[in-house]
Design a protein around this ligand. Structure first.
Ligand code: DQA
Length: 150
């Protein structure tokens, strides 16, 4: 059966296309996800997507990924936006589930402000991809597919 990869995008990523275009580019979130979905499909996986500006929704999506119901997924590509840098709740949600999560960023957070150099979630993620724009998401999908052995 095809692997299901869940992409979870956090606060302000719905603003892609108009938000700080010098950092994040002109691609909208819908365009970004459409491209990543085509890539996942080319690798035989099914892509699902959730975006929310609310921390609890991201926690719920990660819990649901592991729960085996409608929200179930084999792996998660997580761009938690600013929550990356301080959300203990997301750290604990990732630690609580048996589904691999890849911390993913469009920009290179280590080339930006100091407060972006700290990740509250990296230590419980399978790995981190940062700095490659939309390619970060495709790399994260590839990493999960390889990790899951398909
Ligand atoms: C981001 C980087 C974060 O520091 C920032 O708060 C974002 C986007 C990225 O994709 O580069 O919202 O996660």
């Amino acid at each position: 059966m095809a692997l299901t990869i869940l992409v979870v995008n956090g606060p302000n990523l719905n603003m892609l296309g108009t938000r700080e275009t010098e950092v994040y580019g002109h691609t909208t979130l819908d365009e970004l996800i459409a491209g990543v979905a085509v890539h996942a499909e080319s690798r035989g996986a099914v892509l699902r997507h959730v975006q929310s500006n609310v921390e609890g929704d991201l926690v719920a999506a990660i819990q649901a990924a592991a729960a085996g119901g409608e929200g179930a997924a084999d792996g998660v590509v997580l761009n938690a936006g600013a929550l990356t840098h301080y959300s203990i709740a997301l750290h604990d949600a990732i630690a609580a589930v048996d589904v691999p999560v890849v911390e993913t960023h469009l920009s290179n957070v280590y080339a930006r402000e100091d407060f972006r150099h700290t990740s509250a979630i990296a230590g419980v993620c399978a790995g981190v991809v940062t700095g490659f724009g939309a390619t970060s998401y495709r790399l994260a999908v590839d990493a999960l597919i390889d990790l899951l052995g398909d």
